[in-house]
Design a protein around this ligand. Structure first.
Ligand code: NDP
Ligand code: OXD
Length: 321
């Protein structure tokens, strides 16, 4: 019997999202299951049982009437949640150690960069200035992590291990060893008032859109050796009010920002972020999803599902993440 096909739809547009590479990896792990790279005019949509997708365009999955599971090839599902015609089958997202470890690297790198005054030191090197400033210890800085899920909790633990004070904020109450946890609207201001470096690892949902605004920046704690607080956003660009970030950097409300994600991606050449002296910019690659790891993860989930087992890391469509 021919197995139901897996349709692969990859719209990333960067080297990591090369459709040919993803197709080769899925061919390796899917055995005798047909893997079809979309668009494919020869494909009968009724033959497709599984879809593995990254940023499909709205309605691109609507034609597959026999779909059983949709696998999102990343952690964030905001692009799929925006598709009103998305088939109502289980939706699985990525939550694997490989991705989590990559995000932890990014967060630790950028927290250390600001804590260790790297912007000042790189500029000193450029102008041949021998003028070190006092360097304080990690324990003098409180890092506040918005989102204590798979990625946020791992970053919190890594920062604790380096000696930072860490506070966290989530929708529901959480416990992470060594981390002071706040939750919900009631806990938000108390969380912000302790935070010197704000790390955003939230999903983009109707509740979180443009949460990083002027009001939030003004509530951050200014009593650390850093002086002005710093923000680091690796969640989604839609979480941030970009005009408010620029204004806050301009008037000193914020001392610096590390940004990996933007309202419009790729970031337009005209964006002031590109050349801003207080912005450390990366092109949405804080944590790449690895084709080897994720094709295996999807193939294992399909095998378990077909044997009558549970799917892991299901998205709650009501919450939007
Ligand atoms: P999880 O779903 O595991 O965690 C999300 C966290 O956010 C949870 O703690 C959740 O609270 C919290 N949260 C959600 N909504 C709210 C809200 N309204 N108020 C307060 N807290 C809220 O997601 P991951 O940790 O796996 O990933 C987080 C995001 O990181 C992804 O959605 C994606 O956008 C982004 N990402 C970015 C990458 C990059 O390269 N830049 C790579 C991978 C992911 P609760 O625990 O109560 O549910
Ligand atoms: C993701 C991402 O959500 O890479 O996994 O942004």
């Amino acid at each position: 019997m021919v197995k139901g096909a897996l349709a692969l739809l990859v719209n990333g547009g960067t080297e990591n999202w090369s459709p040919a590479r993803w197709k080769a990896r899925f061919d390796d792990v899917c055995g005798d299951r047909p893997v079809v790279l979309l668009p494919d005019p020869a494909l009968n949509p009724a033959d497709v049982h599984y879809a593995a997708v990254w940023k499909p365009k709205p309605s691109e999955l609507a034609a597959f009437g026999n779909l059983r599971v949709i696998f999102n090839l990343g952690a964030g599902v905001d692009a799929l949640m925006a598709d009103r015609s998305l088939p109502g089958v289980p939706l699985v997202r990525v939550a694997v150690d490989d991705l989590t470890d990559r995000m932890t690297e990014y967060v630790v790198l950028h927290v250390l960069m600001h804590h260790r005054q790297e912007l000042y030191l790189r500029e000193s090197q450029r102008v041949k200035r021998w003028a070190p400033k006092h360097q304080w210890a990690a324990g003098a800085i409180t890092v506040g992590i918005m989102g204590l899920g798979t990625l946020g909790a791992a970053s919190a633990r890594a920062l604790r291990a380096l000696g930072f004070r860490v506070v966290g904020w989530s929708r529901s109450a959480k416990q992470v060893e060594g981390v002071s946890c706040f939750d919900g609207a009631d806990g938000f201001d108390a969380f912000l008032r302790q935070t010197n470096i704000l790390v955003c690892l939230l999903p983009l949902t109707p509740d979180t859109r443009h949460l990083l605004d002027r009001d939030v920046f003004a509530k951050l704690n200014r009593q650390s050796p850093l002086g002005a607080p710093v923000i680091i956003n690796a969640g989604r660009g839609g979480l941030q009010d970009e005009a408010a970030i620029l204004q806050a950097l301009e008037d000193g409300t914020l001392g610096a920002a590390s940004l990996d994600v933007y309202e419009t991606e790729p970031l337009p050449e005209s964006s002031p972020f590109w050349s801003h002296p207080k912005v450390v910019l990366t092109p949405h690659n804080a944590a790449d999803t690895d084709a080897d790891e994720i094709s295996k993860y999807v193939a294992q989930q399909i095998a378990r599902f077909e044997a009558g087992g549970e799917l892991e890391n299901l998205v709650d469509r009501k919450r939007g993440y």
